[in-house]
Write a protein that binds this ligand. Structure first.
Ligand SMILES: Nc1nc2c(c(=O)[nH]1)N[C@H]1C(S)=C(S)[C@@H](COP(=O)(O)O)O[C@H]1N2
Ligand SMILES: [Mo]
Length: 507
């Protein structure tokens, strides 16, 4: 019988080869069809909501990296186990790999964008793996039976090492080629955006207080938060892209990217907010968006009077359900193609996405959007409402303290500027107030507000007196005069609420 170490090493080599073969086969199919991608996608779609929010609270938007690391560790341990239990007469390890192959194939075939060919990476990877495992274990048994086993054993170990290096190398090459060959980065760099028929209000100097530590009024694309259910960013060529408007409409509409040029473009300043943003969190950003009015598009299709929802669908199967009335009430809801003067970055939805002022992203901001189905809230569910989130997602009035940093220590008499942003998209911000400890609410100064659809900066000058720990509280009042609620709510099911606070020590 071969020793345990050799078996375990064989199992690990086989695991690497399974992944490697699957990756190289996927080059001909799709980078998303490999076991890691398919199983990862399945896990993302089936993660319980509370657990997901807990993970995002811990690691923020590095959640995907964490998922890959966890999958890698599990794959490593399972492969080692499969090797340890494999016997020439009782192929339990092979059976383990086969079970994994079946599950991985199912995961691949049930991905929203899959075709039957997506079965190949998992199946071929596992077949190659099982053949290798059988031959390694057979040799391992033989090398331990013969008296002069040292030479055979050395050869066997060399074979295992080669399998790991070649399998890993081939897998890496497969991944790089697969991603490169489908990348739309070059195409995107060549896109020229149409000049807007109605440009955004120029941002007045007074909109940006330029206080160190305070978020800039416009968020650069590279700093803009990214939230989606994708393991790899979808690569959608504008030449393959189309938008279909259908469902409860008089006329179905099919638009190609080239058709957009005939329509008047608008440019608007809109702040996006994620429903998963905790009080004080940074899943919010402000950009200038270039696109086409959604109300015009919908009216051309002619929604039926009894419809009340637009279910937008992305290439990746993600869906969001927006109230039809909101999209038609005259606000600047749009099919966006540009962000801060550039074609949409691929991770923000190139070539086209939705942007709706006043609604959280999960019910409106579909990236890589290809379909708008006019329907009803009592007939259709969307990606996140199926997972326990509220069907309605108006943005709650909130604010955030950006500076000074929390838990800092300042000498008594220091002049501190407390500053941050406040938002209540499509209602606007009328006031922001600051309270130190149990004191009075005092008005903060407000930056200019170029649009009620964006956040607004605020600042408050405070001379730090009274040694000890002080708590600073902030609250905003929206354009209708409604003060943000003090009720503390978690992000699930329809967005966090409560006053943000900050503690500082005065010495
Ligand atoms: N296709 C797709 N679009 C999506 C999502 C997604 O998971 N897939 N997430 C939505 C959510 S929850 C938010 S908050 C916004 C975030 O947009 P951003 O990544 O451009 O900031 O995109 C929305 N659009
Ligand atoms: Mo979100």
């Amino acid at each position: 019988m071969a020793d345990r170490g050799v078996r375990v090493a064989s199992g690990i080599a086989v695991g690497v080869v399974v992944i490697g073969v699957a990756e190289i086969v996927s080059v001909l199919i799709s980078p998303d069809s490999t076991p890691l991608q398919a199983v990862g996608g399945w896990i993302i779609d089936h993660t319980p909501t509370g657990f997901r929010e807990w993970i995002i609270g811990l690691v923020g938007t590095d959640d995907k990296l964490l998922l890959f690391i966890c999958m890698g560790v599990v794959a490593f341990l399972l492969s080692a186990l499969a090797g340890a239990v494999e016997r020439a007469r009782r192929p339990i390890g092979s059976a383990l790999f086969a079970v994994f192959g079946v599950l991985s194939t199912i995961a691949a075939l049930t991905r929203p964008e899959s075709t039957w060919t997506w079965a190949f990476p998992s199946i071929l990877g596992v077949i190659a793996g099982i053949l290798l495992l059988r031959s390694l274990i057979e040799r391992a048994d033989r090398s331990s039976d013969v008296t002069e086993f040292a030479v055979e054993r050395r050869q066997l170990l060399r074979g295992i090492a080669i399998a790991i290096v070649v399998g890993g190398g081939v897998g890496l090459v497969g991944r790089v080629i697969g991603l490169r060959s489908r990348s739309v980065a070059n195409e995107r760099a060549e896109v020229t955006l149409p000049p807007p028929a109605t440009p955004a209000t120029p941002v007045p100097a007074g909109a940006d207080l330029r206080i160190p530590g305070l978020s800039s009024y416009l968020t650069p694309n590279s700093d803009f938060y990214r939230i989606d259910t994708e393991l790899t960013v979808p690569q959608v060529s504008k030449d393959d892209w189309s938008l279909r408007i259908h469902g409860m409409v008089d006329r179905e509409i099919h638009l190609k990217y080239g058709d957009l040029a005939a329509r008047p473009a608008l440019e608007r300043l809109v702040t996006l907010t994620c429903v998963s943003n905790p009080v004080g969190g940074d899943l919010v950003g402000n950009a200038s968006w270039l696109g086409y009015r959604l109300d015009d598009l919908l009216k051309e299709a002619g929604p039926h009077p009894d419809a009340d929802m637009v279910l937008s669908r992305s290439v990746d199967g993600f869906t969001a359900g927006s109230p039809l009335a909101v999209l038609l009430d005259g606000r600047d809801a749009m099919l966006a193609v540009g962000m801060n003067g550039q074609p949409l970055p691929t991770e923000h939805g190139y070539p086209a996405r939705l942007v709706v002022p006043g609604l959280y992203g999960y019910v409106s901001a579909t990236k890589w959007v290809t379909e708008l189905e006019v329907t009803r809230f009592d007939r259709a569910q969307s990606y996140w409402t199926e997972r326990g989130w509220s069907p309605q997602g108006p943005i709650k009035t909130e604010c955030r303290i950006d500076t000074p940093r929390a838990h800092g220590t300042y000498p008594a008499g220091s002049k501190l500027t407390i500053a941050g942003v406040a938002w209540a998209q499509h209602r606007g911000i009328n006031a922001v107030e600051v309270r130190i400890d149990q004191g009075e609410w005092q008005p903060a100064r407000l930056a200019a507000e170029p649009s009620i659809d964006t956040w607004r900066q605020w600042a408050f000058d405070w001379e730090a007196t009274g040694s000890g720990v002080h708590t600073v509280w902030v609250r905003a009042t929206d354009g209708a005069g409604v003060v943000q609620t003090a009720d503390v709510a978690d992000v699930v099911p329809d967005g966090a609420s409560g006053y943000p606070s900050l503690t500082v020590r005065v010495s």
